[in-house]
Design a protein around this ligand. Structure first.
Ligand SMILES: Nc1ncnc2c1ncn2[C@@H]1O[C@H](COP(=O)(O)OP(=O)(O)OP(=O)(O)O)[C@@H](O)[C@H]1O
Ligand SMILES: [Mg+2]
Length: 178
């Protein structure tokens, strides 16, 4: 078995270095990448608790701070039929959200909407849906913290709890109980 200890090694460098065992090395790198993901236990617990108490939870934070990874970790802990993921940077998901009421109303469980700052027109629909059904929760992810807060604070007032994710620590910036 070939052991690769430098996980930041680019695949091309690896190819040059380990030409004859390239495919084995790639498999090893993939394994290392998989196991290197840090479970953000505290943040996962916070997400779970907030989603129990609020119809909408907004996970905010700067680019690349780990919002999508955290929401994927959260989703993996749940039954696939009770998690629905939409990414507003994916044109296929945007097409599905063309009529948000029709797309979201039938869903049960947790609906995750990533990069929501790109589709602020979803907020009025979320407000209606949040009031409608106790078995459906929304986890919305956004990179434009201040903009998102100003948009949501009016439309979703009293329905949303904000979590700000920064690096590998999180803190509450606002918590609006039911
Ligand atoms: N818990 C983690 N353990 C290991 N790596 C992580 C973890 N969370 C995030 N990363 C890494 O950090 C990078 C950014 O993560 P991610 O895409 O989740 O951030 P993001 O906040 O959603 O970024 P963006 O705002 O650009 O969408 C990725 O390369 C990801 O693999
Ligand atoms: Mg992301």
């Amino acid at each position: 078995m070939l052991h690769v200890y430098c996980t930041n090694l680019h695949h091309l460098q690896l190819h040059k270095l380990l030409n004859h065992e390239f495919s084995v090395a790639i498999a090893e790198i993939s394994w290392l990448n998989t196991t290197m993901e840090i479970q953000r236990t505290k943040e996962l617990r916070m997400l779970r608790d907030r989603l129990q108490e609020n119809p909408v939870v907004a996970l905010l934070g700067p680019r690349q701070c780990g919002k999508t990874t955290l929401s994927n970790q959260f989703a993996k802990k749940r039954s696939a039929s009770l998690v629905h993921i939409f990414d507003c940077e994916d044109s296929r998901d945007l097409a599905r959200l063309y009529n948000p009421m029709m797309a979201l109303e039938p869903l049960k469980g947790v609906v995750i909407i990533d990069e929501i700052q790109r589709r602020p027109e979803l907020f009025p629909a979320l407000r209606v849906l949040a009031d409608q059904n106790q078995s459906r929760r929304f986890l919305i992810l956004g990179s434009a913290s201040r903009d998102l807060i100003s948009q949501t604070s009016e439309t979703l007032a009293g329905r949303v709890s904000f979590i700000e994710l920064g690096g590998f620590a999180s803190k509450t910036v606002q918590h609006t109980p039911n």
